[in-house]
Design a protein around this ligand. Structure first.
Ligand code: SF4
Ligand code: SF4
Length: 157
């Protein structure tokens, strides 16, 4: 399916904003020593994540040539031996915005407020995608595809 240049421009712009916000949110996570906490508990919350990847994430990963191999025999197909194999900018909304209590408590109140402000801004960007394309949903691509009756993911609503 060929996209018009306007459509492609809209997608590029949204994905760029999503990538920027995700990096800012992840920086807060790092400042709370989140990486150490996750390494210690060995990514246990990822074992509860199944198919969080959305249309926006897949497009970003393909356009940036950053789509790792998916392993559907794992609890999450992008869970590698050393954690998530997806770059921060293309990681699903649910994954970027989830922090467990341990990590949240390591943020100051001001940082927590900033985290949740950024989360809301990020959510709005994903919702704009959902409102524009049939195959987009915060529930993830695979769940969305089950109710699409063969429609194209990038068909406009
Ligand atoms: S966010 Fe919390 S529960 Fe999830 S892997 Fe990191 S430390 Fe573990
Ligand atoms: S996409 Fe990455 S962060 Fe999200 S559940 Fe899978 S491995 Fe974990």
């Amino acid at each position: 399916m060929a996209l018009s240049s306007e459509e492609r421009q809209w997608i590029d712009q949204q994905l760029s904003l999503i990538g920027t916000l995700q990096t800012e949110i992840h920086d807060l996570f790092l400042s709370a020593q989140g990486a150490d906490a996750c390494a210690q508990c060995q990514g246990s919350c990822c074992e509860l994540g199944h198919n969080h990847m959305t249309l926006a994430n897949l497009l970003a990963a393909i356009l940036q040539d950053k789509l790792p191999a998916a392993h559907f025999d794992r609890t999450c197909p992008f869970l590698g031996d050393n954690g998530c194999t997806l770059d921060i900018a293309v990681r699903p909304y649910n994954c970027i915005t989830f922090i467990c209590e341990d990590v949240e408590q390591a943020l100051s109140v001001e940082e927590q407020n900033r985290f949740y402000r950024l989360e809301q801004q990020l959510r709005s960007l994903y919702i704009a995608f959902d409102e524009r394309y049939l195959g987009s949903s915060l529930q993830g691509l695979l769940i969305r595809s089950q109710s699409m009756a063969g429609s194209l993911f990038l068909a406009r609503r």
